[in-house]
Design a protein around this ligand. Structure first.
Ligand SMILES: N[C@@H](CCC(=O)N[C@@H](CS)C(=O)NCC(=O)O)C(=O)O
Length: 197
């Protein structure tokens, strides 16, 4: 199997880390979303990464569908079997992905609009979601417990993306990120290799 990815993409980082943790043989293939190559849009009409290409030629997107596929294929290595713990992991993933969505919206507003068309109230609205999300994480510290879940992996990908694109703007909003990343890296030493860059 192959995952279409780009090094800066947080959702790609999430599924590539999950693939490594799942123990499944998944290679990575670089794509440039801006160029909308046939390899990407033929496999995902949305033109977004990550996309997982299976050996039978079928494609899986988006990142959460890939996560659940990898979990099933690996016999449950990415989400807890216990229903309550699984729901907790899925909600944490939704929170991390949701904050990431707002960050991406922020980046794209500045990247794809000409300067005079950038709409500050939209940037502020997205940033307010980031601020509330990070305050929630600070008030509800995430512990890694017995094993890494899709929620922890998504949160690590988010932390990596914040560090890449928002350095100096978010660290004090979630001071607990240091403890979380240290604990995550202790369990997954390859984090530096996979985090958005
Ligand atoms: N909900 C999707 C989001 C994927 C996404 O937005 N990917 C970005 C890169 S991080 C992308 O492909 N952007 C290109 C575009 O939107 O055209 C997922 O979880 O996979």
């Amino acid at each position: 199997m192959k995952v279409l990815y780009s090094p800066a993409s947080p959702y790609s980082a999430k599924v590539r880390m999950a693939a490594r943790l799942s123990g499944l043989p998944v290679e990575s293939e670089l794509v440039k979303t801006d160029e909308e190559p046939a390899r990407l849009v033929d496999n995902n009409p949305l033109g977004k990464i990550p996309v997982l290409l299976r050996e039978d030629g079928s494609a899986i997107f988006d990142s959460r569908a890939i996560m659940h596929f990898l979990d099933r294929e690996s016999g449950g290595k990415l989400y807890p079997a216990d229903p309550a713990a699984r729901t907790e992991a899925e909600v944490l993933e939704a929170l991390a992905d949701g904050i990431t969505d707002s960050l991406i919206a922020h980046v794209y507003e500045r990247r794809y609009r000409t300067e005079e068309k950038i709409h500050q109230p939209w940037l502020d609205r997205q940033w307010s979601k980031v601020v509330r999300g990070l305050a929630f994480l600070e008030a509800n510290p995430v512990s890694l417990g017995n094993g890494l879940t899709g929620g922890h992996i998504a949160l690590a990908a988010l932390a990596g993306y914040l560090g890449l694109r928002f350095a100096g703007q978010w660290e004090t909003l979630w001071p607990g990120h240091r403890a979380f990343i240290a604990e995550f890296e202790a369990r997954f030493p390859a984090f530096a290799e996979f985090k958005p860059q």
